[in-house]
Design a protein around this ligand. Structure first.
Ligand code: GLY
Length: 368
């Protein structure tokens, strides 16, 4: 038999556990909400439109990211993405469908503009979760997709600028004429680039030089919740610009680029994929929420784990960029960035029924 003191202690513990569980699982959302990385305002609006017309949450977020995948001017996702070392656009994507707890993924797929749709086909029509490389392209072709050239002129120019700016220590580069090799002046690239690419405008050349020197990991992650509390997510990317052919980032990795558990919510990521894979970020975000953290606390917890990879050494970490997104099943959401603050503000996109908007990310370290 419990004495009074034990009974009070037990009741207090039970109350705390109940509060934590309520905080963790929330109640079913009354209002649909879609969130994505900053590049997904249009994607969120489209996904919301599909959700409000009664569509499935996964169909909704895929329809959203298809806008970005098909946009030739977005050079980090789908068609028009910056290519690998060989000049080939190589795409990664995954999907998770909360209501049925299923997942699908493709990695290093070539020639298909919308890898998110192929990831869903893997989920819907096979016993597998992940198909990669040539197998993934052939699988898409088997389902009627045409293999297309995904390299736009803009992305090809940036790739050539990157290739031609690579120099051996003595300054020579096989991809530049002997005359150019002898006269190379890396400190003022624009006049040389202008000479080399007379038909390309200055802004594109300046951008191409920036991309050559600071390759991006751009990606879109998008997660959507309907009024029934059903949640699904998608992550899609062309990955690291100029990567070694076959390099796979975090985006198609279930548990890294994306994780959805319908009992808790979803977690996703954009940025340097290798940091995310090493900390299983999407899964960590969801598990942190499962154990009672708010979405904000969950993304910050994951960012701390990324920071620990380099012993919290800010001199190293300031060269890295990564974001995490959290959508809890009761509709609360947040995003967090390794770096932020007034000098380097980071946002994510939200649509909860009206126009899509940007909301600020929380951050672990303030950029000086
Ligand atoms: N997060 C995209 C990538 O690392 O490929």
């Amino acid at each position: 038999m419990m004495n009074r003191r034990e009974w009070i202690a037990n009741s207090t513990a039970l109350a705390a556990a109940t509060t934590a569980a309520a905080k963790q699982t929330g109640t079913a959302s009354k209002k649909p909400v879609v969130i994505s990385s900053a590049n997904g305002r249009a994607a969120c609006a489209k996904a919301m439109e599909v959700i409000r017309s009664g569509g499935d949450t996964l169909d909704a977020v895929i329809a959203g990211v298809n806008i970005v995948e098909l946009d030739p001017n977005d050079t980090s996702v789908g068609y028009g993405g910056l290519p690998n070392e060989d000049g080939e656009v190589e795409l990664d994507a995954c999907v998770m469908h909360g209501p049925t707890r299923r997942a699908g993924s493709v990695a290093a797929i070539h020639g298909i503009k919308t890898p998110s749709k192929i990831a869903k086909l893997v989920m819907d029509t096979t016993t597998h979760v992940m198909i990669v490389g040539e197998g993934a392209t052939k699988f898409a072709e088997a389902h009627g997709y045409k293999r297309e050239n995904l390299l736009t002129d803009k992305a090809r120019t940036a790739w050539l600028v990157w290739k031609e700016s690579l120099r051996a220590p003595a300054g020579f580069n096989n991809w530049t004429s002997m005359d150019q090799n002898l006269r190379a002046d890396a400190s003022s690239p624009l006049p040389r680039l202008k000479q080399r690419f007379p038909d390309v405008d200055d802004a594109t050349l300046a951008w191409a030089w920036q991309m050559a020197n600071h390759p991006t990991y751009g990606t879109i992650n998008c997660m959507g919740l309907n009024e029934k509390g059903e949640i699904s997510g998608v992550t899609t990317t062309s990955g690291l610009a100029w990567k070694i052919p076959g390099r796979v980032g975090d985006s198609p990795i279930i548990g890294a680029g994306l994780f959805v558990d319908p009992d808790v919510g979803g977690g996703g990521s954009t940025g340097v994929g290798e940091l995310n894979i090493r900390t299983a970020g999407g899964h960590t975000v969801v598990e942190s929420m499962r154990h009672g953290m708010t979405p904000k606390e969950a993304v910050l917890e994951e960012l701390k784990r990324v920071s620990h990879l380099y012993n919290d050494d800010r001199k190293i970490l300031e060269k890295l960029d990564i974001q995490f997104y959290a959508l809890r099943k009761d509709g609360e959401h947040a995003a967090g960035s390794l770096w932020g603050g007034p000098r380097a503000p980071k946002n994510y996109s939200v649509n909860d029924g009206g126009e899509s908007r940007h909301e600020p990310c929380v951050f672990l370290y303030e950029k000086a």
